[in-house]
Design a protein around this ligand. Sequence first.
Ligand code: ZN
Length: 147
Amino acid sequence: MDTEQPHRSYITTVLSCRCPRCREGMLFKNSVSFRINRNMEMFERCIICGQPTDIEVGFYYGTSYISYLIAVVISTVTFLLWWLIIGFSFTDNRFFYWISFNALFLIAMQPWLMRFSRSLWISWFVRYDPEWKGKQPENYEGSIKTK
Ligand SMILES: [Zn+2]
């Protein structure tokens, strides 16, 4: 018999910035904010299952590349949509309107983008554990927070 509890999908877990191990606890302490320090404040451990969020020193170093890559993807999408809906022309400023729109859009997305990159990053290192309720999280030797 299948005893597995219903749980969030991988995609909604990553998009809503939740702990990848239990898919329940939130990774960040505050709601999305333009005050970057407040925005990026994370729980040291998942408040639901105890999974450390900072697995090793400099764990999130690589996330700046991810947010950069996502920004490139977003720009490509807005470029294509602009091209389809509004169009580009060399005789007016539509191209520059797109550049301005895209820049503002990326700035507006930034707080969420930085969080999403971390959420995505940790989801590649910590697997979902259907039995998280009865088990302690794995001990990460490099973690400064598990001491
Ligand atoms: Zn958790």
